[in-house]
Design a protein around this ligand. Sequence first.
Ligand code: AMP
Length: 381
Amino acid sequence: MTTVGILGGGQLARMLVLAGAPLGLRFVVLDPAADACAGQCAPLLVGGYGDEAALAAFAARIDVATFDFENVPADSARRLAAQAPVFPSPDALAMAQDRLVEKSLFRELGIPVPAFADVASRDALDAAVAEVGLPCILKTRRLGYDGKGQFRIRDAADLDAAWQALGDQAPRVGLIVEAFVPFDQEYSVVAVRGRDGSFRAWPLTANWHVDGVLSASLAPAQVPESLTVQAQTYARALAERLDYVGVFALELFCRDGALLANEMAPRVHNSGHWTIEGAETSQFENHLRAVLGLPLGATAARGHACMLNWIGAMPDAGPVLAEAGGHWHDYGKQARAGRKVGHATLRADDAEALAEALARVGAALGRDAQVQPVVDALRAR
Ligand code: AMP
């Protein structure tokens, strides 16, 4: 009997647990919150990631450890790695935790990135903005997620406000300025690398964000094959450099047909949730296969799939469940503004059937604005 330990007990851990059950796996989840939603599906140890006693108790119960949360302190991951195998490695985790280190590595690997510069002080902000140009975005280097810890700088008059918003965080988490990319579309490539170096990537996924938070994903993205191959080549180069084991996502902007890398998430990713019903093997199953050293499953899409995120509160499940290819995921979380509480995936064999199902669901739930860009993308081919 193999027990997988998961650091972080949110919906990603919960979906890993659900994917692991058919493989005969047991799980233990470590999370500081007693109501972490993965705790509804697997034994939950309540404790901080930096708490040595909690980490030791966790390590004693597991055969291998992985993450649902990428901001586990890298030192805690290293301490854990002395007691149990940890995948992905704490070094890979540490790289992905810092936007400056991450973008520097992308550049070194020949993966195009928006112009960026480190910002250590108010004076450095002026210099950095002069270097990358306007408009740009001031971001925390570490601990930012879902658009949090970001300030848009449209012109020089915004500089003081930007520093006021984030400057006090410079000593603790560092700051970076990035050129604002007026992208035509956001994409992500979700990929997996096994312990033996085998590599597979799911089809390119098109993503739409609202206020920095993922709203909808469509896969396969309706793009020329060459764009998918380019994204997968970048992902592979990154995985090989990091000797990465497990699933990760590379988030990309596309402008005039060219890709620019935004960031890497060293874990299963929201833009890969469609793979549960829309691919031969889900990201969750392949992540477990990778960390356990099992053969990886095929990543081919089964028709067309769209994932809709439910933020803040769950809508009525009825209209999704009434669809032939409708699938419902309620994470069992308390409703709270801005919180990801669930998602739905709609799947169909052809693009027009998916567009019609989305339009019906959007109308029934009063969420036309959420589904419309996806419907348009499906019909633009
Ligand atoms: P991030 O936390 O870096 O993934 O940013 C969240 C979202 O903010 C992205 O998915 C984009 O929609 C937007 N965003 C972040 N950085 C940029 C950028 N340099 N240019 C344009 N949009 C951005």
